[in-house]
Design a protein around this ligand. Structure first.
Ligand code: ADP
Ligand code: MG
Ligand code: MG
Ligand code: MG
Ligand code: MG
Ligand code: MG
Length: 712
């Protein structure tokens, strides 16, 4: 992200003047890398995860739990620790103990938007070997332990999506800073909440300036027995007169029955779990991008973990839309509130949103699936076409390039440097869609990559590893079976909205493709489908209908059906969702993603131990989908509801927050203690990891244990 490149960041009116230049140079850089990399072949299948943490200060005797703003100090301590490798360097001790196929480099820590956040990735990407899937969870635990080791005794890295009382009245950061600052102009959070690197406050300030007012992050409040109704957010101050933006709330920015937030930190201060894949070539990457896209909303609902904002229970379970609103830089003209005069077009979505394009060259991609209202920059598309890019990919980038660059450094505007991709990345990396298609870097040293971005971070590393591994396995299944999950992109958007509902994972249905199998399955593919199990193969019973009405290709399904298959869903606990019948009145079967993964695992060579371990991950996903295990969102709601300090008025007090975070810290410690670093569990590692060395126990949290968090 070029974080070290210091320079003079332009304020908005000046940045706007350079937007056209940055776009033009960005497109030239894109064409340069396209020319170099479009024919790149045989890159190996690599993948990597990103885990984000909140850093809190907590002690049993202190009534308050706070966000620690020591990100920079913690990163400096990590960077200065000689026993940890610099990014990319080898750690011989780790090499010795991890064995074949495991990660030989120590984890890498990165800054994030919030000054109370950290991101950690494995030291190098994971490979294709199934055994490596078992190293993900120990590596995640190692990362958490190393992070903790470089914090103060009362600081903890926790994997909660949002801090329950960020922006609440009173003190919620350590150290305390008063509101309201010139960059964010928030009445709830100080400017010091953001990473002080000039990029971040500039990002926040320029988004606000471009919009012409503060961002408006309004989340419906959860109405409980004693919640006054209509509900007026009691924390909103209508009497501030420091900045012009203080008028926003007087102009209706804070409607009744919504928790009102007004700054980028409320969205970009959320933690998520992202997975990046390297494809063997661009064609495969484009296919992965498209096929993973419809899975986004399903995985968002399955990982739901965000029921509290600014000290109140929300009526939604996930973070997605709040981040979307927190970085929505659209002007009133672009939003359609005013006639177009200065701006070029109306834009239906925030720059953080579910993705709007399919990009594959797959002949099964029907034009009807594409977004009929897609906004693109026609000039840019033409330049890309003239540069030799095909229509579909040119459309994708011409859509991303409707946005202005937000942070521009004056020093970067001296001359165009085609050995870099900075201007391209400027636009690309501030298009926060739920999938990202990542071209190779300027030096073409690595391949085309696809990033899966919708998932919420989970409380335990067991869960984070399970979801990472599941997405990896699904991706392999998609490629091996040539699966087809296409539905119209507007239906993916609709699913994304649906995923926000409280308990969407159990209570809602989602548009999903009826028949995921290739139109003409080869004999081999047909025999690899789960016909040996009780799950019928729809491909064999349903004639291919490549040109029938698109609406017939998909139907609404519960997540239980999508994940576990109709046969399983019909017999499991929460099977009150509707099951459609076909014209003959036969129940319509869907194989289920987990049965597909299992049939795939049956067909490849996986040793018994690995297979058993993978089964524990699949079991978690299966039980989440069926309702046997709760989402973190449900658990947090339950925790609050049964807390003696909760007054059934939607308010999550400091006392409740403290106990909630305390419980989450306890879960983390229990997981660390119980787990051992399986593969890292030898004496030498003690030298390297200090207190991160665990006991000899190899037990770890199992799916059954995850619902222990119900009873903490
Ligand atoms: P970003 O923040 O831009 O999404 P990061 O640098 O944080 O990207 O890394 C994303 C993930 O991609 C990390 O887990 C990293 O290990 C992984 N990764 C790095 N190189 C590759 C590669 N060639 N193929 C697949 N994944 C990779
Ligand atoms: Mg990033
Ligand atoms: Mg990252
Ligand atoms: Mg990140
Ligand atoms: Mg982030
Ligand atoms: Mg990422």
């Amino acid at each position: 992200m070029g974080l070290l490149a210091l320079g003079t960041a332009l304020d908005w009116p000046d940045a706007k003047k350079q937007a056209q230049l940055v776009r033009a140079w960005g497109i030239k850089q894109l064409l340069e890398i396209w020319g170099k990399a479009k024919g790149k072949e045989r890159d190996i299948m690599l993948w990597g995860d990103e885990v984000e943490y909140l850093v809190v200060t907590y002690s049993k005797d202190d009534p308050k739990v706070l966000l620690s703003l020591r990100q920079a100090d913690i990163l400096a301590a990590l960077a200065g620790d000689k026993s940890l490798s610099a990014e990319g360097a080898n750690v011989p001790e780790l090499q010795d103990v991890t064995g074949a196929g495991t990660n030989k480099q120590s984890p890498v820590f990165h800054p994030e938007f919030g000054r109370f956040m950290l991101e950690a990735t494995p030291g190098k990407p994971w490979g294709i070997d199934f055994k490596e899937l078992l190293d993900v969870e120990p590596d995640m635990k190692l990362r958490r332990c190393i992070a903790k080791d470089h914090m103060l005794p009362n600081e903890y890295p926790i994997t909660l999506t949002t801090f329950p009382r960020i922006g609440s009245p009173g003190v919620f950061t350590d150290p305390y800073y008063p509101v309201s600052g010139p960059r964010l102009r928030s009445q709830f959070v100080p400017d010091e909440i953001a990473n002080p690197h000039i990029r971040f406050p500039t990002l926040a300030a320029n988004i606000r300036s471009r919009r012409g007012r503060k961002v408006q992050v309004n989340v419906p409040v959860f109405r409980d027995e004693n919640t006054p109704w209509p509900w007026k957010d009691p924390t909103v101050n209508y009497d501030m007169h420091q900045w012009p933006e203080d008028d926003d709330v007087r102009n209706g920015a804070a409607p009744d029955n919504f928790i009102h937030m007004d700054a980028m930190a409320f969205g970009m201060g959320s933690c998520c779990l992202q997975i990046t894949f390297q494809a063997k070539n661009i064609t495969e990457g484009r296919r992965m991008y498209d096929q993973l896209s419809p899975l986004g909303p399903i995985l968002l609902a399955l990982t739901a973990a965000t029921p509290i904002y600014k000290g109140f229970l929300a009526d939604t379970d996930v973070r997605w839309n709040q981040i979307s609103k927190a970085v929505d830089d659209r002007t009133p003209e672009e939003l359609g509130e005013k006639p177009l005069e200065d701006d070029r077009w109306r834009i239906p979505k925030s720059r953080y949103a579910s993705n709007s394009t399919y990009i594959s060259t797959d002949p099964r991609l029907r034009p009807e699936y594409l977004d009929p209202d897609l906004v693109i920059d026609e000039d840019i598309k033409q330049q890309l076409l003239d540069g030799g890019m095909d229509d579909r990919l040119a459309t994708h980038f011409a859509h991303l390039f409707i946005r202005d660059p937000i942070v521009i450094f004056d020093e970067d505007l001296q001359e165009l440097d085609l050995s870099k991709t900075d201007h391209f990345e400027n636009i690309q990396s501030t298009n926060w869609q739920h999938m990202r298609f990542k071209p190779p870097p300027a030096d073409n040293s690595i391949g085309w990559r696809v990033e899966f971005r919708p998932m919420e971070i989970q409380v335990t590393d067991f869960e984070n590893a399970a979801f990472a591994v599941f997405i990896v396995l699904i991706t392999r299944v998609i490629l091996s079976y040539d699966l087809n999950f296409y539905i119209p992109i507007v239906k993916v958007d609709e699913n994304m909205e649906t995923a926000h509902a409280r308990d969407a994972v159990l209570d809602k249905t989602f548009h999903f493709r009826r028949n995921p199998f290739p139109v003409r399955p080869s004999r081999a593919a047909a025999s690899r489908t789960p016909s040996g199990s009780s799950t019928p193969n729809p491909a064999s019973s349903r004639p291919p209908t490549p040109s029938g009405p698109v609406e017939d290709e998909y139907r609404k399904m519960s997540i239980n059906e999508i994940i576990n298959g109709t046969a399983y869903a019909r017999h499991s606990a929460n099977a009150d969702a509707h099951y459609e019948s076909d014209a003959d009145g036969d129940a319509e079967e869907f194989p289920g993603l987990i049965p597909l993964v299992e049939s795939y695992l049956d067909s490849v060579n996986v040793d018994v131990v690995t297979r058993c371990e993978l089964a524990t991950y699949l079991d978690l996903i299966r039980k989440r989908a069926s309702g046997e295990l709760w989402t973190a969102a449900k658990w947090i709601r339950h925790f609050v509801a049964q807390h003696p300090g909760y007054k059934r008025d939607s308010e999550v007090s400091e006392e409740v927050t403290k106990d909630l975070v305390g419980a989450i810290i306890a879960i983390g410690e229990r997981e660390q203690k119980g787990a051992g670093f399986k593969h890292l569990d030898v004496p030498e590692i003690g030298k390297l990891l200090g207190s991160c060395r665990s006991g000899s126990s190899r037990a770890r949290l199992r799916p059954e244990d995850v619902d222990m968090y119900v009873n903490v």
